[in-house]
Write a protein that binds this ligand. Structure first.
Ligand code: AGP
Length: 609
């Protein structure tokens, strides 16, 4: 999604902003731009494509300035182009704006500006409407002009604004899109995400929805919805700057695949006391409250949705409560049955996915209790939930989610076991059995990661495929969906996941000589069934890569290749089974020369509908 960086202080805004924008490249973008205050005016420079194109454009030009704003754009209204790139300016060029999100009533506002102020628009964007609105309202008080403009705007946005006649400040507004303030010495920042500021500051303000900020080089004022100044605790960022670097791996994705044992350990062990009882920080769900819950929804998008599919399996198996899993973009439009006896579990790595946020708000408006599983502290989903259960995966930079997914699974298991204990739906022995299995995962995962090179060898024989099928049964179905998405989104190979038992109901017509089928057979109780499904597709010429536990060797007689995962209980195989699929997708994409960390058309956080 779009990235925003603003700076005001004793340093050189241009260099600091450009560097900050580079730290946001992972969010996905198609153009970049900067506006700085120079000799009483605003100078705007912007270019389609990578930030390096913008740097080439301003090479040699003296744009040194103490104040400026910058932007990386992911197109929503108006195709990627120089003119549609941000910042956008008012008619007289005295106001410049950067914006993340969508102004839903921009067409109406454009009409109003044309009819009442004869504004001629240069771009196709909704953002230019913001700049023109502020421009027509500006009469020497930037904050007042921004308020007047915002009062007319509908939609989800974060904006940063500078004025040629007020070079001592930056004004920013947050509504539904992320915004933070960085607090420095004789300088302050605005940004849409923490990595943009890590190099300069560690103290930040998390800006709440419908708040406005006015920053100068020595002050940062936060104004609430009633436009009254509010105090805000300083949030100290503990991430190392390196955490956002690749640490020697070729791609963030591979680094993050290898960070999974640590992420799983952190996410699990921080919630267990000395007796392995679960202490769910951030969750205040009591037995009485749980007993009143007669419906659980898990709602999310993409990989987070796939984590929900495994969450359903865990909650139904351990807590014996029926769970419905839905993609957020469908949930909010199907008039779902929700009331005060509903528990709505939102799963979101970024905590800023608008579809998920909107579904959460829909459920909240109908009285549901909101529990969210989120990786980004202080994100919108987290802040709008009754209970938040953080995954401790650390910053996930690659667009393709890996460590966030496996830590989401850990959270699902912990929530399921927590509920099971409250309800008394499992014995103490079984609780201990499952908990011991979960605690053994980080070490087993380290073991599994040693097979990386073996999996790379398999990728070498498969990377030219144009179509791949993933099949599985039981909890392997959700993992098949996730393995298929990983392959699709970074290698651009058309891949497809289906419950193995469903093959004979139509899809098997597509299996022909040489078709690649990846068959997940990690569930002991469904293993024989899966061997039959493998025979089914082999009989039609398929090339099968099997996935099974170390001790289940029969699969070797059926499959062409086998990737083994360490032995473990059926209950916890999803957390191990997905990792070979992540690695396989990674190496296939690498062999195909794809842009693994920033796949085409994708963004790390989809903050538009
Ligand atoms: C995952 O690999 C994809 N990049 C995408 O499906 C992602 O999971 C989805 O957009 C949801 O994002 P969130 O977890 O930040 O809400």
């Amino acid at each position: 999604m779009c990235g925003i960086v603003g700076y005001i202080g004793d340093g050189n805004a241009k260099d600091i902003i450009i560097d900050g924008l580079k730290r946001l490249e992972y969010r996905g973008y198609d153009s970049a731009g900067i506006a700085v205050h120079k000799d009483g005016n605003l100078v705007v420079r912007k270019h389609i494509g990578r930030i390096s194109n913008l740097e080439d454009m301003i090479q040699g030009e003296n744009l040194d300035s103490p104040v400026g704003i910058g932007h990386t754009r992911w197109a929503t209204h108006g195709a990627p182009s120089d003119i549609n790139a941000h910042p956008h300016s008012s008619r007289d060029g005295r106001i410049a704006v950067v914006h993340n999100g969508i102004i839903e009533n921009y067409v109406k506002l454009k009409q109003w500006l044309r009819e009442n102020h004869n504004i001629e628009f240069k771009s196709e964007t909704d953002t230019e409407v913001i700049a023109q609105l502020i421009g027509v309202f500006y009469d020497g008080d930037l904050l007042d002009a921004v308020y007047k403009a915002v009062d007319m705007m509908e939609g989800a946005y974060a904006i940063g604004v500078i004025a040629a006649d007020e070079p001592d400040k930056i004004v920013a507004v947050r509504r539904d899109a992320p915004l933070i303030v960085g607090l420095g010495n004789n300088c302050n920042f605005i940004a849409s995400d923490i990595p943009a500021l890590l190099k300069h500051v560690r103290k930040i303000y998390l800006i709440e929805n419908n708040e406005t900020v006015v920053i100068t080089k020595n002050s940062a004022k936060i104004l609430n919805e009633e436009r009254k100044e509010v105090k805000r605790d300083v949030f100290n960022v503990t991430w190392d700057a390196d955490a956002a670097e690749k640490e020697g791996y070729d791609h963030f994705m591979l680094k993050e695949i290898h960070e999974q044992p640590k992420g799983i350990y952190e996410t699990l062990m921080r919630r267990l006391d000395e007796n392995d009882s679960i202490k769910l920080d951030g969750i205040t769900l009591t037995k009485e409250e749980l007993d009143k819950i007669n419906k659980i929804y898990i709602v999310a998008c993409g990989t987070a949705y796939h984590a929900g599919l495994v969450g359903k399996y865990a909650i139904e198996k351990f807590a014996k409560i029926p769970v419905e899993v839905d993609v957020a973009s469908e949930f909010r439009y199907r008039d779902p049955f929700v009331d005060e006896n509903t528990l709505f579990i939102a799963v979101s790595q970024s905590g800023e996915t608008l579809d998920t946020l909107a579904a959460l708000r829909e459920a909240k408006s109908k009285g549901a209790r909101i529990l969210s599983v989120v990786n980004v502290v202080g994100s919108s989903v987290a802040r709008e939930s009754d209970d938040v259960f953080y995954t401790w995966a650390g910053p996930e930079i690659a667009v393709a989610s890996t460590k966030a997914y496996t830590t989401q699974l850990i959270c699902m298991y912990l929530i399921a076991l927590y509920m099971a204990v409250l309800k008394g739906s499992i014995t103490e022995d079984y609780y201990k059995f499952v908990m011991d299995e979960l605690k053994a995962l980080p070490e087993k995962l380290e073991e599994l990661l040693k097979k990386e090179k073996d999996i790379e060898e398999i990728a070498k024989s498969q990377y030219k495929r144009e179509c791949v099928f993933f099949i599985g049964r039981g909890s392997d179905v959700g993992v098949s969906y996730e393995g298929s998405l990983k392959l699709k989104e970074i290698s651009y190979i058309n891949s497809f996941a289906i419950a193995a038992g469903e093959l004979k109901h139509g899809t098997i017509a597509l299996i022909e000589q040489g078709t690649l089928v990846i068959a997940l057979a990690t569930q002991d109780k469904l293993y024989d069934k899966m061997l039959s499904n493998i025979q089914e597709v082999k009989a039609r010429g398929a090339y099968v890569i099997g996935l099974a536990k170390e001790s289940n060797k029969e699969i070797e007689a059926q499959a062409n290749d086998v990737i083994y995962i360490p032995d473990c209980a059926d209950e916890v195989t999803p957390i191990l089974a997905v990792v070979p699929l992540q690695i396989l997708a990674y190496y296939i994409a690498k062999l195909r020369g794809c842009d693994i960390d920033k796949p085409k058309n994708l963004a790390k956080s989809v903050t538009v509908e």
